[in-house]
Design a protein around this ligand. Structure first.
Ligand code: MRU
Length: 358
């Protein structure tokens, strides 16, 4: 399966080339394919905030490369480069609040900085960590794809109808995707009849990104309004809702793209299984429950306008872009360390004490 997934890989959104970060601009996909080059940390922070790069693991990877760029720039400037680097850490940390992968990656980079020896090449040492964060995310996705596909195979006769939300694919990660990685693997094994992709208002990650990734690989996909999900579960024989995560707390609560919570409630009502796929870098054991997760609110114009064109009445918009699904609505969390069925605090602690499977 690993080789078949590697062979099927079509999309990349993050490249570290010639000492610079290259990002495929996700704001203009799928109509345009524009790569942008970043040479310093504040520019990378802007790219994260403005959603040039998005998706929890991808944000963490971009931030790690942002630290490498910062080290190079601040060392070249001379003076107190460590203080200037620390300020850049803060700029990167302030870019988006909910996906813990960002802070996890920054902590890994800070940890390496703390272990530098006088003879070390600072930039090379940090670069090695950033590259390894990037590579290990790809590897984690390959492992999770196989574990998740196995669960789908065990559940019911094949092929099956699956529903997903937001974009959790190659664009959102270091490669292959989390929930979309599972869907890809399931498709390669002939287990997918059709994928229903929620359009994912207001930013339209589903219609612009997920539908594009799946259609590009010949995976049967239909786009639906977010509000059609319950009806589709009732009428289209959907067996699984499969989503990613931005932060999973110690009790198994899951923050993910706004609309995920209502999908979980609806799935339980219809007897549809609910799978969350996320690497362990998305698990935040320092937070007891989802109540503690900072939920990003983005500007109202994302809701009130399409392509900069106002269409809504002249009212205020409320635009929380993530929500929290309580652990008791989740059938299974898939990570590269293994799976957790019916998550709770004890099972999450046991999972996190394991090393990765492959
Ligand atoms: O606002 P976004 O597009 O960054 O939100 C992304 C999501 O909510 C994804 O579902 C999540 O990050 C998992 S991506 C592998």
């Amino acid at each position: 399966m690993r080789e078949r997934l590697l062979a099927a890989e079509k999309v990349k959104a993050i490249e570290w080339r010639e000492g610079a970060l290259q990002l495929l601009d996700q704001r203009v996909l799928p109509l345009q394919s524009v790569w942008r080059r970043y040479g310093d940390a504040p520019a990378v922070a802007d790219a994260i905030r403005e959603m040039v790069v998005r998706g929890a693991p991808a944000i963490g990877i971009a931030a790690a490369y942002g630290v490498v760029l910062s080290a190079r720039v601040r060392l070249a400037e001379g003076g107190d480069w460590r203080a200037a680097l620390e300020a850049d850490f803060q700029v990167l940390a302030d870019s988006r609040p909910t996906a813990v992968n960002l802070f996890w990656a920054l902590n890994r980079m800070r940890d390496r900085l703390g272990r530098l020896k006088p003879e070390d090449d600072v930039v090379a040492a940090l670069e090695a960590v950033a590259v390894s964060i990037h590579q290990s995310d790809r590897e984690a996705n390959l492992t999770m794809a196989q574990l998740g596909a196995e669960l789908i195979r065990k559940n019911q006769g094949n092929p099956q109808n699956l529903l997903t939300h937001c974009n959790t694919g190659a664009l959102a990660t270091g490669g292959f995707g989390t929930a979309l990685g599972v869907i890809r693997a399931a498709h390669l094994e002939g287990m997918v009849e059709r994928v229903y992709a929620d359009e994912t208002r207001p930013w339209l990650q589903g219609s612009r990104l997920t539908a594009w990734e799946l259609a590009g690989e010949g995976i049967p996909v239909s786009l639906n309004a977010d509000s059609a999900a319950a009806h589709l579960m009732k009428t289209r024989g959907i067996t699984w809702v499969i989503v990613g995560a931005d932060r999973i707390t110690a009790n198994g609560d899951v923050a993910n793209k706004i609309g995920t919570y209502q999908l979980a409630v609806t799935a339980m009502h219809h007897g549809v299984r609910f799978m969350v796929v996320a690497p362990s870098s998305t698990i935040d054991m320092s937070l007891e429950s989802g109540e503690d997760i900072p939920i990003e609110e983005r500007p109202g114009h994302e809701l009130l306008e399409v392509n900069g064109q106002r269409f809504a009445a002249d009212v205020e918009a409320v635009n929380p872009v993530f929500d929290v699904t309580p652990a008791d609505l989740i059938d299974v969390i898939v990570t590269e360390k293994g799976i957790v069925e019916r998550p709770d605090a004890a099972k999450m602690a046991a999972l996190m004490s394991r090393s990765r499977l492959h």
